[in-house]
Each structure stands twice: as structure tokens, then as C-alpha cells.
Write a protein of this length. Structure first.
Length: 288
């Protein structure tokens, strides 16, 4: 039964890892990956080039700002929505809110960015024109506002889907604990604080560990679609930079972009292990 999934995993997940060797090579198309000579500095020349590049600090800063900002905002918002829906008494209202918040998740990234551009356009946008005409704020063209625009639009798109995980965790809370709390005179907020939140803490910890692993691996599709010359100072992240030097550049540098991708993966692995270790030490709710 597991033979087919195992074959797919080996073929599409582990097989392509052979290409990681490219990060340590001075790649020549005519020689292929394996026969190409090793890069200078014991094969680490591509990594050294990236660390010394003038874009490195800017890309790393922008990536960390967007990732941490997104993690800090999205998880609490999802928990808040899940708790609100958990205590909603009107079933019709509850289902309607779930549908409205869940639907944006199925909109493709490009279409969703198009919707953002229509809303935030400084001439015709419903919100953008008001901000530009009354406060002189060009939302789409402001580098300082890019992280907030990226993160809060992501919350709008993904909050309904993320809340499902916490709603499922809340469904497993023993109702006898709520009944006992009500008998003891606990208010609604006290029940949330002392019954519901402790019950979903393990789920929150697991989600935070998983998010830590993708801290430097921000999805480049949305960032690239929202990117323009005015906000480039804050929208150029590691993934978009890697994409540009490998596929968009006049002279594609595949070993260099592979080194960047390997650097991201290694940092993600270290962050996952560190976050898991801390979670085990603090609450005992890590993966292992």
C-alpha cells in the first residue's frame, strides 16, 4: 500500500536532491553537473559570493521582517477567529462567516494580487484613492507599507483556512471542564483563558515550529507579483533575488541560485530543530 507513495516521494523529493551538488560546482553546461569542476574555496565560493553581495543584508532583512511579521500576526488572528466561531450560537451566522473567511484561500495568488491592486490603486481604488487624496499615501508605491500590505492581505486570504486547525483542536476540549467552570462561576473570558487556550497550546506550538522552518522561505510568487520599482527596497527578499539571478538574468547563474536555496534550507532546518528543542524544554509539546 505504501509502495506507490514511496516511489513518488523518492522520485520527486529525494531524486532532485542530486542537483544540490550544483551549489558547490563551477557549472559548465557542456560538461554537466557531475563533470563540471568544483568551485573555488573548497567548493564554497558560491556561498561566499552570496554573503559578500551587497544585496545579502537587504534581502535577509526584508525576508525576516516579512516572515516574522506574518507569523506574529497570522497565528493570533486565526486563534481569535476560531474562538469566536466556537462560541457563536447562531449556526447560520457561524456557517456564513466560515464560508466568507474560507473562500479567499482558493483564489489564485495572481488573481488575489490583482484584487489588492484594484482596491489599493491611488486613482481608482476604493481604499487607495481615499488614502492618496486625503493623506497623500500611495500604498502600492510605498516601500515602508509593503510588509503590512503583504501580511494583512495574507491574513485576509488565509485566516479562514488556518482557523480550521484551531477549531478542530477546540472541538476536542472536554465539555465537562466548561460545565465545571460555569458551576464555579467562571465568565466566558475566564473559560477561554483557563480551559480553551491551554487545550490548543500544543497545536499552537506545532504550528509555530512549522512556521519557523519556513522563516526564510517566503513564497516568492505573491511578493514578485506585488513588487514594483517604488517598493523594491522592502520587497526584494531572498527567494525573489534567487529567482532573478537564476531565470530572469541575461546570464543565468544556476550554481549561485542553488547555493542560495541550500542556504535557506539549512537555516530552516536549524530553526526547526532549535524551536522544537525550546518547545520541549518549555512546555514539552514539541515533535519529539
Amino acid at each position: 500500500m505504501i509502495a506507490l507513495p514511496l516511489i513518488v516521494l523518492i522520485t520527486f523529493a529525494y531524486g532532485p536532491m542530486y542537483g544540490v551538488i550544483l551549489a558547490f560546482k563551477n557549472y559548465k553546461v557542456t560538461l554537466g553537473i557531475w563533470d563540471s569542476p568544483w568551485a573555488d574555496n573548497y567548493g564554497f565560493n558560491n556561498f561566499i559570493r552570496f554573503f559578500k553581495n551587497y544585496n545579502f543584508k537587504e534581502c535577509l532583512r526584508n525576508t525576516l521582517v516579512v516572515s516574522i511579521y506574518s507569523m506574529v500576526v497570522s497565528i493570533p488572528c486565526s486563534i481569535f477567529l476560531a474562538l469566536s466561531l466556537n462560541y457563536a450560537k447562531n449556526i447560520v451566522f457561524k456557517k456564513a462567516v466560515q464560508l466568507v473567511t474560507y473562500c479567499p484561500y482558493f483564489i489564485s495568488t495572481i488573481v488575489f494580487v490583482g484584487i489588492i491592486n484594484l482596491i489599493m490603486d491611488n486613482r481608482t481604488g476604493v481604499i487607495g484613492s481615499v488614502l492618496y487624496n486625503h493623506f497623500g499615501i500611495n500604498v502600492l508605491g510605498s516601500a515602508g507599507l509593503f510588509p503590512s500590505l503583504y501580511v494583512w492581505s495574507g491574513v485576509w486570504q488565509g485566516i479562514g483556512f488556518s482557523a480550521i486547525i484551531y477549531i478542530a483542536a477546540l472541538a476536542g476540549v472536554d465539555m465537562e471542564q466548561h460545565e465545571a467552570a460555569i458551576i464555579d462561576g467562571a465568565t466566558l473570558l475566564q473559560r477561554i483563558r483557563f480551559v480553551d487556550i491551554p487545550a490548543i497550546i500544543p497545536t499552537v506550538v506545532i504550528m509555530m515550529i512549522l512556521n519557523m522552518g519556513s522563516l526564510l522561505n517566503v513564497g516568492y510568487e505573491k511578493v514578485l507579483a506585488m513588487q514594483n520599482q517604488n517598493n523594491l527596497a522592502m520587497s526584494e527578499i531572498i527567494t525573489t533575488y534567487s529567482y532573478k539571478v537564476s531565470l530572469v538574468s541575461t546570464f543565468p547563474d544556476y550554481p549561485y541560485s542553488t547555493a542560495i536555496g541550500l542556504f535557506q534550507s539549512l537555516v530552516g532546518l536549524i530553526l526547526i530543530l532549535a524551536a522544537n528543542k525550546i518547545a520541549n524544554k518549555v512546555s514539552g509539546n514539541g515533535f519529539m
